[in-house]
Design a protein around this ligand. Structure first.
Ligand SMILES: Cc1cc2nc3c(=O)[nH]c(=O)nc-3n(C[C@H](O)[C@H](O)[C@H](O)COP(=O)(O)O)c2cc1C
Length: 157
């Protein structure tokens, strides 16, 4: 089975998922040309609840393809939220693309984000203290357990 990978990762979290997926599917089976791939892995960091808009030019090539969606997001701990983001990813695909599997997990955020939350928590602790807690939970993700869950999702497709 041949596969192609399309991924957008600004700080490396989603790239780690892509690298593990490649290790699982075999680097020799990867093709650069999406048109020639039996399966396309489409991965993105979460930007305002959806896919990175920079990926938009790549999406028309996914018409009629089998697609595995994956990504990371800063807000963790809620499968309902992961599902909502993945639904948004799916809705960006051409109508006849077939989603054969999907995976989302939390991804750590840059330290400057925490500094901003700490400053804002001085004025609005009820809103920003939970965001600091979420930030701290995200540190180290995706971790080995996340990567294993990705492999499980890939095998279940
Ligand atoms: C401009 C911007 C917007 C973001 N929007 C969201 C969001 O709507 N929901 C969310 O859970 N995380 C959001 N994040 C967090 C990133 O999606 C998250 O840290 C992700 O793991 C980064 O992945 P990467 O390392 O592959 O770039 C945002 C980050 C940035 C920089």
């Amino acid at each position: 089975m041949s596969y192609a990978v399309i991924v957008s990762s600004k700080t490396g979290n989603t790239q780690r998922l892509a690298d593990r997926a490649r290790a699982e599917l075999g680097e020799k089976n990867e093709v650069a040309d999406v048109a020639a791939a039996d399966l396309v892995l489409l991965g993105s960091w979460t930007d305002k609840g959806g896919l990175d808009p920079a990926l938009e030019p790549e999406l028309p090539a996914l018409a009629g393809k089998r697609v595995f969606l994956f990504g990371t997001c800063g807000f963790g701990g809620s499968q309902a939220y992961y599902d909502r983001v993945l639904d948004r990813f799916a809705s960006a695909l051409p109508a006849d693309a077939q989603v054969v599997g999907r995976f989302m997990c939390q991804g750590q955020m840059p330290p400057a984000v925490r500094e901003r939350y700490v400053a804002m928590a001085e004025k609005d602790p009820a809103r920003f203290e939970p965001m600091i807690e979420n930030f701290d939970r995200a540190v180290g993700h995706p971790d080995e357990k996340d990567l294993e869950a990705l492999v499980d999702a890939l095998r279940a497709r």
